[in-house]
Design a protein around this ligand. Structure first.
Ligand code: F0G
Length: 355
């Protein structure tokens, strides 16, 4: 059967009617890849999987929520959607609005979104409103805008977003035949970790899994309100996707962390970038910096024994590496690029010198 997106696949668990027009780009159904080389490097016996959400249609997990949010907005007769974004939500909103034939307005922090995400928002024809402020400033405006303009909010405060995103947990259980012991995620607004917990608990309550995982959330050191215990006014990190100081799903995330016996930890930009590079060089998997923090954090917690040997661990790689080419190129050794004349002799020399 042709795969036609996550609403069709999980429609009995989603708020959608029989006659609803589905706005889908075939999102979901992303690969769960077992890491082969990193566990060996760690010298630890763990089953470590990544859920490669960067392979969604617009290159991030946001498509899971956006298919639901835009489907609902269109059903309600909305002609325009709006979001504040660190980049990926804007890319998804722009694409799904294009598909639906409605307008998208995206509020982004000037100069602080990765190039690929900006390209997506522009090419899909959204109206981009750049602010001299950060994501949190944009979010405050979006929360008030619906009283002033005829637009539907598609940030994760829209409950339909989390409904769509919870399907990632369904897919993992459907594929592994059980919930993992640990699920590690990058945390910004904390919508995605909340959605995963919804999915895991829903499947457990339905008898489709015997347990729920321990939920582990990682934040960048310069944008770590959950570790600080209060909002951060000027968040800063190379992982621009999670450059957020005032998470909208604060209460839900604290509650689920406690219920699942999980924890939040912060890691530095250097650790994030090193994990991004390790994944590309040792596993052939390219994710954006924010995503790499899930593997960076899991590696540290496996090494310390906080995540014990024998565990099954899933790390979500939330966005594709191509989203942020500048950061990727910036952390590569430029000497890997060899300039030669177009002759057999010079190309052969370049190969033999570098074997
Ligand atoms: N990873 C990536 C690649 C993201 O784009 C985001 C959030 C997160 C992780 C964190 O997820 O907010 O649910 O805790 N990006 C939003 C955006 C804020 O606007 O694209 P969260």
């Amino acid at each position: 059967m042709r795969y036609t997106g996550l609403i069709e696949k999980y429609r009995d668990r989603l708020p959608v009617g029989d006659n609803t027009r589905l706005i889908s780009l075939g999102e979901g159904n992303t690969p769960l890849i077992k890491l082969e080389n990193i566990p060996v490097l760690l010298g630890k016996n763990v089953d470590l999987y990544i859920k490669y959400e960067g392979l969604n249609p617009t290159g991030s997990f946001k498509d899971r929520g956006m298919t639901m949010a835009v489907t609902h907005a269109v059903e309600e007769g909305s002609k325009a959607i709006i979001c504040a974004s660190t980049g990926n939500t804007s890319a998804a909103a722009a694409a799904y609005a294009a598909r639906a034939g409605i307008k998208a307005f995206v509020i982004i922090p000037e100069g602080k979104i990765a190039l690929g995400k900006l390209a997506q928002a522009m090419i899909h024809g959204s109206t981009i409103i750049q602010i001299k402020g950060n994501f949190d400033d944009g979010m405050e405006i979006v929360k008030e805008i619906a009283d002033h303009a005829p637009v539907s909010i598609v940030n994760s405060i829209n409950p339909y977003r989390l409904q769509g995103q919870k399907t990632a947990a369904f897919e993992i259980i459907d594929e592994l035949g059980a919930a993992p012991d640990y699920h590690c995620l990058p945390v910004g607004n904390a919508g995605n970790i909340t959605a995963h917990w919804m999915g895991y608990t829903e499947y457990k309550d339905a008898g489709k899994a015997s347990k729920t995982p321990v939920m582990v959330g990682y934040q960048a050191e310069g944008a770590a309100p959950f570790i600080k215990g209060s909002r951060v006014d000027n968040p800063e990190t190379v992982a621009t996707a999670i450059r957020i100081g005032n998470p909208q799903s604060w209460d839900q995330a604290l509650k689920l962390s406690k219920e699942s016996k999980g924890w939040f930890t912060a890691h530095s930009d250097d650790i994030i970038l090193a994990a991004q590079k390790l994944l590309t060089e040792k596993e052939g998997i390219f994710c954006e910096p924010a995503s790499a923090i899930s593997v960076a954090g899991a590696m540290i917690d496996i090494q310390s024994g906080k995540i014990p040997e024998g565990s099954t661990v899933v790390c979500t790689l939330t966005g594709h590496g191509l989203k942020d080419p500048d950061t990727a190129i910036g952390q590569c050794d430029q000497s890997a690029m060899i300039n030669v004349n177009p002759t057999l002799k010079e190309v052969k020399k370049a190969i033999l010198d570098n074997m």
